[in-house]
Design a protein around this ligand. Structure first.
Ligand code: FAD
Length: 393
């Protein structure tokens, strides 16, 4: 027998559950279908198990999109403070780690439980192990099937996320639905992802694996001051994840290892004031011993500061401020936190997330071409876009 709902939501992740609880609490009959064995898997693994559920300073500037204005409406109507007050109403303890990033004191599970409790009070029905196999438009809305059952709904919400971490149930399903209804999608690529290096460079840098430094990392369009981490596979750490979203193959990444110094002036001053100090020891102060040794061993050796020429200072500056590296690629969707690109926002209403071409069809969360910076912004987009749709479906 066919089952009828006002709203069917595909994907029980952050955006889908927020949409579901909002619509359910408005009295809509809501069904959420997810092909995974449990809901909110990405929430559970997020923030190293403590879910960085929002960012106090989230603004539209923290998002990438072919249409940077699109996210503004939803973000301004559901702010981080709205989600924080929900977290507080549920008595979930949290803390600011840094830069406005809010994490659970306990486990990410707290956030999933909050969403499930709110869904329950909206009488939302949630079915896991439920892949959706066919979607068709019909007179009163949509018909879809899952596990051999047919469902009818007036409104269909696609909240199936992006391509990152296929092992967690990520799929290109949302893009396929968009294509089925002739809704344009922008090319996707991995974002918030570590860089790989070619084998020669990797061998060369292997002595630095494990070193973490605060840097200014810059690509053509992105600039971030955060930590860089050298790993056995390449470059990682928050500074790298952030700029990776702005990087295109072939481009270099400029790493200023001395974000607080005018390096040329500092070296000249040190030469005057501490002429008996060796270069390695001096550079180890702002850098670390391993990075100072690495660089000196390959270039100038370990002279006394007194013996360093102006040309050698200029050479050092030209190599270290910034240090320019060309990644060979990224680790891809296997480890990326997000997927850039996706459903073209020009085809959606920024107020409601409804398709302009297909009334009754909505796209929310990561499947849409809106991608946040690292630090809780991606969940904030999931909450805000889920809310925007949930209020009208
Ligand atoms: P998802 O949460 O991915 O949910 C999509 C749901 O759809 C899933 O449950 C999936 O099983 C289901 N689905 C997919 N295909 C189908 C299908 N064909 N049929 C039925 N169901 C389907 N962001 C932050 O803001 N803070 C963090 O701390 C953070 N940490 C992260 C850590 C990791 C390791 C990763 C990978 C991401 C992290 N993110 C973080 C990003 C954040 O998890 C996502 O941006 C967010 O989950 C997107 O929400 P969503 O609801 O759009 O998609």
């Amino acid at each position: 027998d066919a089952l009828e709902y006002d709203v069917v939501i595909i994907g029980a992740g952050a955006a889908g559950l927020m949409c579901a609880l909002t619509a359910g609490q408005r009295g809509r009959r809501v069904l959420v279908l997810d092909h995974a064995n449990k809901v909110g898997k990405k929430i559970l693994m997020s923030g190293g198990g403590r879910c960085n559920f929002t960012n106090m300073y989230s603004t539209p500037e923290n998002f990438l999109s072919a249409n940077p204005h699109f996210c503004k409406s939803a973000l301004s109507r559901y702010t981080p403070w709205e989600f924080i007050s929900l977290v507080e109403r549920h008595g979930i303890p949290y803390h600011e780690k840094k830069l406005g990033q809010l994490f659970c004191d306990r486990k990410s599970r707290d956030i999933v439980q909050l969403l499930l409790d709110e869904c329950r009070s909206g009488n939302v029905e949630i079915r896991t192990h439920s892949p959706v196999s066919g979607i068709e438009k019909c007179d009163s809305g949509f018909r879809l099937s899952s596990n051999g059952q047919t469902f009818y709904c007036n409104t269909l919400v696609v909240a199936s996320g992006g391509l990152s971490i296929p092992k967690m149930g990520a799929s290109g399903f949302g893009y396929e639905v968009a294509r089925q209804f002739d809704i344009p999608c922008l090319p996707t690529r991995a974002g918030l992802v570590p860089f790989t290096l070619d084998e020669r460079k990797l061998r060369d840098l292997s002595a630095l694996a494990g070193v973490s430094l605060e840097v200014h990392a810059r690509t053509r369009e992105g600039l971030f001051r955060e930590n860089l981490l050298f790993t056995h596979r390449g470059l990682s750490g928050p500074a790298i994840l952030q700029v990776s979203s702005y990087w295109a193959p072939g481009q270099d990444v400029a790493l200023d290892l001395f974000p607080d110094y005018d390096l040329a002036e500092w070296l000249r001053t040190q030469r005057r004031e501490r002429p008996r100090v060796h270069l390695k020891r001096l550079l180890a102060e702002p850098l670390s011993r391993r990075v100072a040794d690495y660089w000196c061993d390959r270039h100038l050796g370990n002279p006394l500061m007194a013996d360093i020429s102006d040309q050698e200072i200029a050479f050092t500056v030209s190599h270290l401020q910034p240090w320019s590296l060309v990644p060979s690629g990224t680790e891809g969707y296997r480890t990326a936190e997000v997927t850039l690109g996706g459903v073209d926002t020009h085809a959606l209403s920024s107020k409601t997330m409804e398709s302009k071409l297909v009334p009754g069809l909505y796209f929310i969360g990561e499947v849409v071409d809106v991608t946040g910076h690292l630090g809780g912004h991606n969940f904030q987009w999931a909450w805000a876009s889920g809310r925007a749709a949930g209020e009208v479906v």
